[in-house]
Write a protein that binds this ligand. Structure first.
Ligand code: PMP
Length: 371
């Protein structure tokens, strides 16, 4: 117990796997330049804000009722968006959504993972995946990516044969490296998984460069494949918490079994539908962000850093003997970046022109102090 007699965490009967754990999350600090969680630096325009606000007002008038549990209207809107964005035609019964793609992934793990089962991904990758596994009582195995952060198909096949995973998570473009996977690699992994499901996490897909296809194109070939997306990044809607997934109708039916009833509030549904009506405008800044990302990579390389080519809205760069000192030096100059990825690397999200100038200026200064 603490001094006031209240129980501490150690006094509570936490289950194995939770004891000693800490809540996930990057520091939320009040600094001028926020380049640490891959948000879109552009807030929705006043016109979009007005449309979202009136949609919320309409939803508010009916808040005495539970929301539409199956939200088929929103699912149809997502299908229409994906057809436009990737040229892949899907029906509403092939779409799922939840409070961020984090919750979508948890639904996948609750339906297909569980005790005695294993989830597999390839590191370095998104650091929440082991937590989804922990929270769904699923075993966790990480294979590796190559030194250039690509995925070797033979290694993936060997890991699948050895561990027989129930869930394989592929991330494309990958966080924190920005690396996109060729479709042949995704296809080969999907072929190799005979008694599990494969989810391609495409949280950053809208930022991929021209000519890089989405794994959505492979859905007709694989009933056990799903592609997850989010409104948090390209759509500038991280605060709304809306993620979604595309797969075969039966795959979606499996997720419907494990979701909590009415998990997607009427307000969330209204916000997402209003935003989707403005998808062209909301995604209009993606092109500009891609350009600034490529400029950032070039600038970093020009300074002698390693920076892998990125298909996302962030850039990994390094390597530093003491990355924490660099991270702290940047923070002292008002620029918050992310200390993540393999030892020696740091990650910066692509912000506005002014924010990237602040990033470059700060890094120039810090690099003189901390080589
Ligand atoms: N997948 C990846 C690879 C991510 O980087 C993130 C956010 N950092 C997410 C999923 C989750 O995003 P959200 O829950 O906001 O949709």
């Amino acid at each position: 117990s603490d001094a006031a007699g209240a129980p501490t965490l150690d006094d509570l009967p936490l289950r194995d796997g939770i004891r000693g754990e800490h809540p996930y999350g990057a520091p939320q600090l009040d600094v001028p330049v926020l380049l640490n969680v891959n948000e879109n630096p552009h807030a929705p325009s006043p016109a979009v804000v007005a449309d979202i606000a009136s949609a919320v007002a309409e939803a508010a008038a009916g808040l005495n009722r539970y929301p539409d549990r199956d939200f088929l209207a929103l699912r149809a809107d997502f299908a229409a968006f994906l057809a436009q964005e990737s040229g892949v035609q899907l029906g509403p019964e092939q779409i799922w959504a939840a409070n961020g793609s984090n919750e979508v992934m948890l639904h996948v793990m609750q339906a297909f993972g569980g005790p005695g089962r294993t989830a597999l991904s390839f590191a370095p990758t998104y650091s929440m995946y082991p937590e989804y596994a922990r929270d769904s009582l699923t075993g966790w195995v990480a294979g590796r990516r190559e030194d250039d952060f690509t995925l070797d198909v033979d290694h993936a096949r060997a890991m699948i044969a050895e561990h027989r995973p129930s869930v394989v998570l592929l991330t494309s473009p990958n966080n924190p490296t920005g690396t996109a996977l060729p479709l042949e690699v995704v296809d080969a992994v999907a072929e190799a998984v005979t008694d599990g499901v494969v989810v391609v996490d495409e949280a950053y897909a809208e930022f991929r460069r021209a000519g890089v296809p989405s794994a959505l194109e492979l859905l007709p070939r694989h009933g056990h494949l799903a592609v997850s997306r989010t409104m948090s990044k390209a759509f500038s809607l991280a605060g709304a918490r809306v993620g979604y997934l595309a797969a075969a109708p039966a795959f979606v039916d499996a997720l419907r079994i494990v979701r909590l009833p009415y998990h997607l509030s009427a307000v969330t549904q209204a916000v997402a539908r209003a935003a989707l009506r403005h998808s062209t405008e909301l995604l209009g800044r993606v092109h500009e962000l891609r350009g600034r990302r490529d400029e950032t990579v070039e600038w970093l390389r020009g300074k002698g850093f390693d920076a892998p080519t990125s298909d996302a809205n962030f850039v990994l760069f390094g390597r530093f003997a003491d990355r924490h000192a660099v991270w702290r030096g940047m923070l002292e100059r008002g620029v918050l970046i992310r200390e993540t990825g393999p030892e020696g690397w740091l990650r910066v999200s692509v912000g506005t022109e002014e924010e990237m100038r602040a990033f470059r200026d700060a890094l120039d200064e810090v690099h003189e102090e901390v080589p």
